[in-house]
Design a protein around this ligand. Structure first.
Ligand code: ATP
Ligand code: MG
Length: 387
């Protein structure tokens, strides 16, 4: 006998003309998500996606894969019997055994309209059956347990054990973005939120090696690897900026250096984005979290950008970001100590309300284009894939 899983989606189903494309993408992503597991087939049903696996499939590992596939709103392990309500009655007692519920509802759906019993009739017949079996009452609005009965071609699916996924959109339907990935807590979470909305993310990490050790590079690599399970393949661009920083140190007073580092990061990231046909950058900034993230300094950083810089965490509190980082698994790596390029030669108290005119005047002393193209000439690329 086979086992099944049923995945349901919400947003991809709402998107009008693009709906078939979104759903096809979700089916493809689910297929990719469960690669290497026991799942034998991923198929599209009516307003749901089914997965077929052998009886002895390793469900916990499959469950994690389905859970992490964006676009999946909720999913269930399922049983399939023949197109015969008696067969449903035969398996239901064992399926619901051990479950405590005082109220329930049956939610039948007849995708195969050739089946003679209507959904309403199925609801009533099986409702009576479960009621007399367990003593539980029907509550359509707030049931403790909702039992789904889907009549599909060649069988009936029975399922109820709901797990919530992340929802959102299947990765790949919203274009590609370039995320500035530090080794810290915030930027991996920012990248994850873009993926959740269907955007593929490429990563760029700036480091000062050999002026510093390779710890931030190692963290960026490990974090990219972790995030790849949400988008299946990733590219990480590693850019050494130690030389560039040394030129900044000569010309720029210490309090302004972080803002300068950031402006150069944006310029370099934009150039890399353009080379890759990408039209938006992403950072992990959150308003007022640190000195460089005031409105004044964000404005000064944005001045050098010609494409949008998306900041999905702008309104998040630190503890909210940490909760999410824990949930997606990046937190333990993010908090490992590293030699971050931005802590190089900067004071404890950088400028908080930077002044654009001062920055632009100081920058006149620097050969900006040359510094950018020098850095671009030293980019290294790493590729990742999952599973
Ligand atoms: P994070 O936790 O992501 O490091 P943060 O709170 O430490 O963020 P900053 O250090 O001010 O904040 O960095 C703001 C953003 O700038 C980061 O979220 C990231 O997007 C980008 N950034 C900072 N340092 C680097 C780096 N070395 N390489 C790439 N991007 C960086
Ligand atoms: Mg940081």
């Amino acid at each position: 006998m086979k086992r099944y899983a049923i995945a349901k989606f919400h947003e991809p189903a709402l998107k009008g003309k693009n709906r078939p494309m979104f759903i096809r993408k979700l089916v493809g992503n689910l297929r990719r998500s469960v690669k290497g597991t026991d799942v034998e087939e991923v198929w599209q049903g009516q307003l749901m996606i089914g997965l077929t696996m052998p009886e002895d499939a390793d469900w916990p590992s499959i469950k994690t894969r389905i859970h992490d596939c964006f676009g999946v709103e909720k999913f269930f392990p399922a049983r399939k019997v023949g197109q015969d309500l008696q067969e449903v009655r035969d398996i239901l007692p064992a399926e619901i055994e051990g479950r405590k519920f005082e109220t329930f509802r049956i939610t039948a759906h007849r995708a195969d309209k050739r089946f003679p019993t209507t959904s309403d009739q199925i609801n009533r017949e099986l409702g009576d059956f479960v009621g007399s079996l367990t003593g539980a009452r029907v509550n359509l609005k707030y049931p403790d347990l909702e039992i789904f009965i889907d009549v599909i071609q060649g069988g009936i699916l029975v399922y109820f054990d709901e797990t919530r996924g992340y929802g959102g959109m299947p990765v790949g339907v919203s274009g590609t973005t370039m995320t500035l990935l530090s080794g810290g807590i915030d930027s991996p979470v920012a990248a994850w939120y873009l993926m959740k909305r269907g955007a593929h993310v490429k990563f760029v990490h700036f480091h000062s090696h050999p002026l510093t050790d390779t710890s931030s590079i190692e963290k960026a690599i490990e974090i990219t690897e972790m995030l790849t399970r949400f988008q299946y393949r990733s590219e990480l661009l590693l850019v050494p900026i130690g030389d560039l920083q040394q030129r900044i140190i000569v010309e720029v007073p210490a309090p302004y250096r972080v803002v300068f580092y950031r402006r150069f990061m944006v310029r370099i990231a934009e150039a890399l984005a353009r080379q890759n046909n990408i039209r938006a950058l992403v950072t992990g900034e959150s308003l007022a979290q640190v000195a460089s993230q005031t409105l004044e300094n964000i404005t000064i950083i944005d001045e050098v950008a010609s494409m949008p810089i998306l900041r999905p965490l702008i309104g998040f509190n630190k503890n909210e970001i940490i909760d999410r980082a824990r949930d997606i698994g990046t937190y333990p790596v993010s908090i490992l100590p590293d030699q971050d390029c931005c802590s190089l030669f900067v004071p404890k108290h950088p400028v908080i309300h930077g002044d654009s005119r001062t920055v632009n005047r100081l920058e006149e002393a620097l050969p900006v284009d040359e510094m950018v193209s020098e850095a671009l000439g030293r980019v290294q690329k790493r590729e990742f894939s999952f599973p």
